[in-house]
Design a protein around this ligand. Sequence first.
Ligand code: PGA
Length: 246
Amino acid sequence: MRRPLVAGNWKMNGSREAIDLLLDGLSGISTTAEVAVFPPYVYLPQVVSTLCGSGIDVGAQNVSEYQAGAYTGEVAADMLLDIGCRYVLVGHSERRSLFGEKDRQVAEKFVASQRSGLIPVLCVGETLEQRASGKTLAVIGAQLDAVLERAGLESVCNGVIAYEPVWAIGTGKTATAEQAQEIHREIRQQLGEPGMKTRILYGGSVKAANAAELFAQQDVDGALVGGASLDSGEFREICKKAYVAN
Ligand code: PGA
């Protein structure tokens, strides 16, 4: 049985005050799913301390592939674990497209996270152009392969995977539930038997109105939610719709 995970990626949004309000709005959240939020680095301690004992986990949006040393501006996986993070996003499409992260670097980040005891959420997904030219499966396959080669099958299967079609991120365009299921099934097939335990989240314009249909798909084990996670009411509704299937 895979317990669904609803993850809120706040991206580069918030202030101390706005985050207090948002967290207030999440208190007493009711769901059988696991819930985690991913604030910007500097607010992690605030969020970890406010959520302590709430049952909501905390993750970071990025991590360095290096362990320690002269890497100005970077944050190590050990540091994230030290301040109370459980999860970390690796290879989000914004990191790949805006900051030039390549498959190899993403694979290193995945390994560094697991080495420290964090659970990496590996993001994969195709652009509109790649989908239009029939390359979706090849692109996602290659993104996964890079991590499989570096980390090994068992390690990848112990992480979380988020399928996020780039064309659906922040655009209001969601993949249909069938489109999502098709790719999730392919990803699980690529992982083989050990992948039966792996949670594969869908991400890209998830909101309360489309969450139930997505969560009803056999291989969709929750969501990575961007914009809608900044609205506590909307995020609560999404969490409510995620349930533990038998
Ligand atoms: P979105 O973002 O829900 O705003 O589309 C998802 C993400 O980037 O993780």
